[in-house]
Ligand binder design. Structure first.
Ligand code: ZN
Length: 381
């Protein structure tokens, strides 16, 4: 019996591992339940300074976790910089000095999963393999575009991610497909951690294993088929990812109980992460949207702390460009971007505040060490 209990313990551990994802700390999650939505980051202790382990809802019918990936590169007409452009996770520490790469010197890029490679060296992490391929195509195209037309091409690329109708359409399709996948995934979980242990404890493993194995095979297959059909509707061009995940379900059947989560994670691939957060989170995530707008205006590493002047100009310029396109896209969603620049309610004794994190200070000429020793802003007297 101890062996059987250990077996189910290992299964539970495998299941809990399947509930999480290892993500760059520049990315973040939007956990969307029936009533509330919130922006989530990997806990500081579960990861390192650049990446972390983010766990979703352990129940297949619980909140959906969407992984959102900001731009991993800053672009301008002369070249690009690989650096965190938007940094919302407080645990993110970016120690590398950003370097400017002129378009003429970029050379050939290749993709391996979610990573872009320049020659043999890892260049940038795009979050997903589909986004890595899209980014590589964009960078190749920008390198070929005449310098005077690159600014317009960069604006076009930003706007492509900022179409709210694309977000709404994907959500609608997901909501239509999710119930079937969710019911099958829940049945899978109930079978493995409810029916199977009860049957084994009542009639014994030797008597029941063949019937249980047949049941597991049937429910795993049903889950895999439902997943493949739903994935094809949501991501028609991602056949390799689809069959890879379906194969994983057949090899590690417990992963089939996460089929709804696997569909939800990359649902908004290619969509602007701040737009998705504003559109789906509503009032719940408005503070995170305003924090993103503040971060783009007052980044965690202030420009004056970047030695490479070209890198500094490119990062500042791209953040300003992204912020401007975001403000345009957010206005019809009733997001008042000017609220990002409003001083926080003043606490007793406070004389200044940090324009990025809004922390308050009892002196005027101080800096916020959480936000790259940024100079604070005095409260109006
Ligand atoms: Zn601060």
């Amino acid at each position: 019996m101890t062996t059987v209990a250990e077996f189910f313990g290992v299964l539970l551990l495998l299941y809990l591992i399947e509930c999480g994802a290892w993500i760059p700390r520049t990315s973040f999650g939007l956990a969307r339940g029936r009533r509330r939505a919130r922006v989530v980051h990997p806990p500081e202790v579960l990861g390192n300074q650049g990446s972390g382990w983010l766990t979703g809802d352990v129940l297949p019918w619980g909140s959906a976790l969407h992984l959102l990936h900001p731009w991993p590169v800053a672009l301008d007409a002369r070249g690009l910089v690989v650096a965190p452009v938007l940094a919302l996770d407080p645990a993110l520490r970016d120690a590398t000095e950003p370097a400017f790469v002129p378009w003429e010197q970029l050379g050939g890029l290749s993709c391996d999963g979610a990573r872009l490679f320049r020659g043999r060296h890892a260049f940038a992490h795009a979050g997903t393999s589909a986004r890595a391929r899209t980014l590589r195509a964009l960078l190749d195209e920008l390198a070929r575009t005449p310098v005077e037309r690159r600014g317009v091409a960069i604006d076009d690329a930003l706007r492509r991610g900022l179409d709210p109708d694309v977000v709404r359409e994907r959500l609608k399709t997901f909501e239509r497909l999710a119930p079937t996948v969710s019911v099958l995934a829940s049945a899978h979980l109930l079978f493995v951690f409810g029916v199977a242990p009860i049957v084994v404890s009542r009639v014994g493993f030797e008597t029941s294993w063949a019937a249980l194995l047949a049941g597991l095979a049937a429910i795993t297959l049903a889950n895999a088929v439902a997943f493949v059909l739903a994935h094809r509707r949501l991501f028609p061009t991602e056949a390799a990812t689809r069959w890879g995940l379906a194969g994983q379900m057949l090899v590690v059947p417990i992963s089939a109980a996460r089929s709804r989560d696997l569909l939800a994670r990359d649902l908004f691939d290619g969509c602007d992460p701040v737009l998705v957060t504003a559109l789906l989170g509503g009032a719940d995530t408005r503070p995170a949207v305003l924090a993103a707008l503040r971060d783009l205006a007052h980044p965690a590493r202030p420009g004056e702390r970047i030695a490479d002047l070209d890198a500094r100009a490119t990062l500042d310029g791209f953040r300003a460009r992204w912020r401007a396109r975001l403000v345009e896209a957010l206005a019809p969603l009733d997001v008042d971007a000017s609220l990002a620049d409003v001083a926080p309610p003043r606490e007793p004794g406070a004389l200044s505040y940090c324009p990025r994190c809004l922390m308050q200070f009892v002196a005027r000429d101080v800096s916020c060490d959480v936000c790259g020793d940024r100079a604070t802003r005095a409260f109006d007297v």
